[in-house]
Design a protein around this ligand. Structure first.
Ligand SMILES: Nc1ncnc2c1ncn2[C@@H]1O[C@H](COP(=O)(O)OP(=O)(O)OP(=O)(O)O)[C@@H](O)[C@H]1O
Length: 376
């Protein structure tokens, strides 16, 4: 995808258009997030899948942890909505000169990369830049997230980690003012390529958010399979039973809930809810799992269980995690990327590589200072 001005077929998506509602449903599908009303187990997801989801402010903030400004359909300072990509604003031209002078060492995106083994997927970002309106927040980020490994994205608040993560599964484009340039490839196939569907990316790439967000009134069983309905995947009752058991087992929750599958998901502890959300993501058999600070709302015991779950899952799913917890990054990841931004410089990768090397022998003084807690 080449950076271009917003294309003429990039329609504005005002609050109540089908496009906005569909995007909202996609957001829900990606997150497996609670609908505003989920009292009638199962039915609410069918409605949302048909684009009937009203995205109220508190729901949006609860699910995404994002401000009102980012809510699809929220009033934005920009009149131009660029949710259909590829698109990059005129600001790119204005920043081009300064980009060349930026202090961060660029990563060579054309360097040969190893092919993944078996069914595991390799995820690769090439020269990804991102904007909210005219505000450039990421500058030419290139990173290979190797198949079957956990890649940790670290860096101070506001350096663009979450934006980068949301670009990896096409959630960034749901923000009306958002645009981006660059490529995101799964095993060499660009998810932003021509004729690529948003829903295809969502099936391949699951996402777990900071706050556990099961449908609270929906049963544990229905929560686990909610993503199937949202992605239009039809399965028989027997298959569903198998999927529920398999996903809850993979998420490390089966033993704790197998005797109360018909009880509401909202009745679980925070850590159990987060594992239920992981199970829900797994139900659609993603090849990649993105996790945005998945343990930041959890106690140390629940955090440990989630980390153990991740280490089991990485045998089957490529994982990318955003974390502010340096110990967690060292515990769970094999690869690590350090992002940094300043007031005048958009976020970029300072250094990336093996987690051990990043923490024990960083090449850049800024990485060393960050991982040693000198700033952050
Ligand atoms: N929806 C939005 N609308 C406008 N600007 C946004 C939006 N979301 C993020 N930003 C801006 O983009 C920049 C990067 O934010 P992002 O959340 O990606 O950083 P981060 O490194 O994940 O931060 P944190 O660790 O605090 O979550 C920040 O300047 C932020 O204010």
């Amino acid at each position: 995808m080449n950076p271009t001005a917003p294309s003429s077929n990039s329609p504005a998506a005002p609050d109540d258009t089908p496009a906005a509602s569909a995007a909202a449903a996609d957001e829900l599908a990606a997150s497996g997030a609670p609908a505003p009303s989920d009292a009638s187990a199962g039915d609410s997801t069918a409605d949302t899948a048909q684009g009937q989801l009203p995205l109220d402010r508190s729901w949006w903030q609860n699910v995404t942890g994002r401000s009102e400004a980012g809510r699809p359909g929220a009033a934005m300072p920009q009149t131009e909505a660029t949710r259909v990509l590829p698109a990059a604003p005129a600001a790119m031209a204005a920043t081009a000169a300064t980009v060349a002078d930026r202090p961060f060492a660029p990563v060579d995106p054309r360097a040969p990369q190893p092919r993944p083994a078996g069914g595991l997927a390799m995820l690769e970002a090439r020269e990804v830049s991102a904007w909210f309106g005219d505000h450039k927040v990421l500058d030419r980020v290139s990173l290979t997230m190797e198949a079957g490994k956990v890649t940790a994205l670290i860096g101070p608040s506001g350096c663009g980690k979450s934006t980068f993560l949301r670009i990896l599964n096409r959630m960034h484009e749901l923000v009306p003012s958002a645009s981006l340039a660059g490529e995101v490839l799964i095993d060499g196939d660009d998810i932003y390529g021509d004729h690529k569907k948003l829903t295809d990316a969502r099936r391949s790439i699951g996402m777990v958010f900071q706050k556990p967000n099961p449908f609270p009134a929906m049963s544990i069983y229905d929560n686990a399979v909610a993503g199937l309905k949202l992605t239009g995947t039809h399965v028989s009752r027997d298959e569903k039973d198998d999927i529920v058991e398999r996903c809850l087992t993979r998420a490390g929750l089966w033993k704790e809930v197998k005797d109360r599958l018909r009880q509401p998901g909202g009745g679980l502890s925070g850590g159990q809810q987060q594992r239920l959300c992981i199970a829900r993501s797994l139900a659609v058999q993603p090849r990649i799992l993105l996790m945005d600070e998945p343990c930041s709302a959890l106690d140390p015991t629940s955090t440990r269980v989630i980390e153990e779950t991740m280490s089991e899952l990485q045998k089957e799913v490529t994982i990318v995690i955003v974390t502010h917890n340096m110990q967690q990054a060292q515990r769970v990841s094999q690869q690590c990327a350090f992002f940094l931004a300043s007031q005048s410089t958009p976020g970029a990768i300072v250094e990336h590589g093996d987690t051990d090397a990043m923490f024990n022998d960083p090449q850049d003084v800024r990485t060393r200072d960050y991982v040693n807690g000198v700033f952050g």
